[in-house]
Ligand binder design. Structure first.
Ligand SMILES: NC(=O)c1ccc[n+]([C@@H]2O[C@H](COP(=O)([O-])OP(=O)(O)OC[C@H]3O[C@@H](n4cnc5c(N)ncnc54)[C@H](OP(=O)(O)O)[C@@H]3O)[C@@H](O)[C@H]2O)c1
Length: 334
């Protein structure tokens, strides 16, 4: 197959390129090339999608599928209009953030989505879900449902996760196994989480890119309790020392951030209106061939990547620093 990947130079994008090349496809990426070059074996067309002539170099060539990872409605609208005549199918990497309700568990693709962003440019991450809805609608309006494959990904994890969310727990336990210090974890047995390995997601998208049956699919990791994920990270980090539990209410009082970011406990989402965020129904994708490696394999490979990162990040994007964890443990003990 001839594939055009709009992006292809960042994290998921480069795994899409690798999966496509491994399957013997011919790959062209279109990006500015500021994030990185395309992987060897793929052709990189340098273009800025903010400019009106962005697709000139690929217009007129035939592609079996175009795959887009953008979050900017203007980019996706421009690409679908420019490429509709030259590409059989449009694969859009969307997000579970398109959904309006994150409270109920086990919702499938029929759940209501947010109103679309009307602007062409998403200005802040607060607009992310709305922007992805607008992107989906632009593709569907131009390519039609029979030529559109929309993948609503849940949290993506695995080696290379520079959001530092999936690496936090195995790395925290591995460091504690060395230092003998305890690890602070949330006491929240009711919470669930889903992590889809970036390699499984990329492989499935490439396999499905030219399938006869298109459609809209949730693509998440298996639903696990957050406790099970943390315990798996503990096994992967070879930790058998002390673990200290703190209630969600206490952690929130201390200003610990849920989910991600500075001074957070990654993947911990204690808000009732987000109870279903880690429990979406991806059974349609599984029936359509999505195969997911074990969580242990994902966390093990992520830890390996974390330990070999050179240079290691001076400040991590998610999690508690050693100092933050120590002061929280001291406050809890007092
Ligand atoms: N991380 C998660 O947990 C999660 C969850 C659900 C869904 N998702 C979705 O998964 C996808 C992740 O994709 P990704 O890892 O490949 O990262 P990304 O950061 O979304 O990639 C953006 C790509 O677009 C290119 N690009 C950006 N601006 C451009 C412009 N003006 N002109 C041309 N190219 C431009 C970038 O390359 P250059 O900078 O070189 O131009 C890069 O290759 C996204 O669709 C995201 O919304 C992520």
């Amino acid at each position: 197959m001839r594939l055009l990947i709009l992006g292809g130079t960042a994290w998921l994008g480069s795994h899409l390129v690798e999966a496509a090349l491994t399957s013997g496809h011919e790959v062209t990426c279109l990006a500015r090339g500021t994030t990185s070059d395309a992987r060897p074996g793929a052709k990189l067309v340098r273009a800025d999608r903010n400019l009106p002539n962005a697709y000139d170099e690929v217009i007129g060539q035939h592609f079996d599928a175009v795959i887009d990872v953008s979050r900017q409605p203007g980019h996706v609208q421009g690409a679908s209009l420019a490429l509709s005549e030259f590409c059989n199918t449009f694969v859009f990497v969307s997000s579970a953030s398109v959904y309006a309700d994150h409270e109920r568990l086990d919702q499938d693709e029929r759940a209501a989505v947010l109103p679309p962003l009307r602007a062409q440019v998403m200005e802040s991450m607060d607009q992310y879900g709305h922007a992805k809805v607008a992107c989906e609608q632009h593709v569907l309006a131009t390519f039609g449902a029979n030529r559109t494959f929309i993948v609503r990904a849940g949290l993506i994890g695995g080696p290379g996760d520079e959001s530092d969310r999936t690496g936090y727990w195995p790395l925290r336990f591995a460091k504690a196994a060395e230092s003998g210090r305890p690890v602070l974890i949330p006491d929240a047995p009711e919470l669930s989480t889903q992590v889809i390995d970036v390699r499984d997601l990329a492989g499935w998208i490439i396999n499905r890119a030219c399938a006869a049956e298109m459609g809209i699919f949730n693509a998440t990791g298996e639903t696990k309790s957050l406790e099970e994920l943390i315990e798996t990270a503990r096994v992967v980090g070879a930790h058998d020392g002390a673990v200290v539990r703190a209630s969600s209410a206490w952690l929130l009082e201390q200003g610990v951030a849920p989910w991600m970011g500075h001074r957070s406990l990654p993947l911990w989402l204690p808000m009732e209106d987000h109870a279903g965020f880690g429990a979406r129904d991806s059974s349609a994708a599984v029936k359509a061939g999505l195969s997911r490696r074990s969580l242990e394999a994902t966390l093990r490979d992520t830890l390996h990547w974390e330990l070999s990162r050179r240079p290691a990040p001076a400040v991590r994007r998610a999690g508690l620093s050693d100092v933050d964890q120590a002061s929280l443990l001291a406050a809890l003990a007092a």
